[in-house]
Design a protein around this ligand. Structure first.
Ligand code: C5P
Length: 249
């Protein structure tokens, strides 16, 4: 379990760097160093730049944690092999889709430990995506999931915990029901964060940074509200200042 410092609100922020351009990603990582706890590289960057690109961004911001957001979802054997390779890159957090099932999640967890150990690194936290924050109840009903987003998120979070994962990705709106079901020692990482007045874009289940921290989030994933402006470091600092004091202890 990581030590989360309530005294350092910046440590709670992972900035999503969503670009296919390695120079832009490295520049953002450098500019954000010290203003956020970590950066998140996902499918857009990894598909374009691969492991070498990840290493270049890590080198541009030494000491900044990495959330490698590759959201694996395949059969357990394939996910395990992919996770072994991903964990060798030294991320602090990796993830899979909970809808891949319990066996797939458990295989991912084991493989992450193996991949990190093979290169002498600390095993990453392995977390599961529950329901993407771009989906609402109507969207998941069209996929045959009846009962609403909240029920589905709690169901998948419970499965992730049974598989031995460290936590889940969820919208801030589901923090309270997940905490009620699973207690305080399960890491909740929340995207879909929008400071008051900023554009929601494609996100449907949003909350402000302060609301999300007060609800009990451990980490906030924030992309465009930080990276979309002229001064990303200033935007990150403003969000850290806003959440100061609203984190659970
Ligand atoms: O720019 P924005 O703040 O919307 O970025 C959110 C980031 O979080 C994106 O990189 C997106 O891929 C990721 N994410 C998400 N919803 C999830 C899981 C990850 O928006 N359920």
């Amino acid at each position: 379990m990581p030590k989360i410092s309530a005294a350092d609100p910046a440590s709670r922020i992972y900035c999503a760097i969503d670009t296919p351009d390695v120079a832009r990603a490295a520049d953002l990582a450098t500019r954000l160093a010290g203003t956020v706890g970590g950066i998140k590289l996902g499918l857009e960057f990894f598909s374009a730049q691969g492991p070498d690109g990840v290493a270049r961004v890590q080198a541009a911001a030494p000491g900044t944690d990495l959330f490698l957001d590759l959201k694996y979802h395949d059969i357990p054997n394939t996910v395990a092999a992919a996770m072994r390779a991903a964990a060798a890159l030294g991320p602090r957090i990796v993830n899979v889709h909970a809808t891949g099932g319990k066996a797939m999640m458990a295989a991912a967890r084991d493989a992450a430990g193996e991949g990190a150990a093979a290169v002498g690194k600390t095993p990453p936290l392995v977390i599961a995506v529950t329901v993407l924050t771009s989906l609402d109840t109507d969207d998941i009903e069209r996929m045959g999931v009846i009962g609403g987003v909240e029920e589905q998120v709690v169901r998948l979070a419970t499965l992730a915990r049974e598989a031995g994962l460290d936590g889940v990705v969820c919208s801030a709106r589901e923090i309270v029901p997940i905490r009620r079901a699973l207690g305080p020692d399960f890491i909740l990482v929340t995207p879909g964060i929008r400071p008051a007045g900023s554009d929601a874009g494609d996100q449907k289940r949003v909350m402000t940074p302060t609301e999300a921290m007060a609800a009990g989030a451990d980490y906030l994933v924030i992309g465009r509200p930080i990276t979309g402006g002229a001064d990303p470091a200033a935007a990150a600092r403003a969000i850290a200042a806003a959440i100061h004091g609203s984190a659970r202890g």
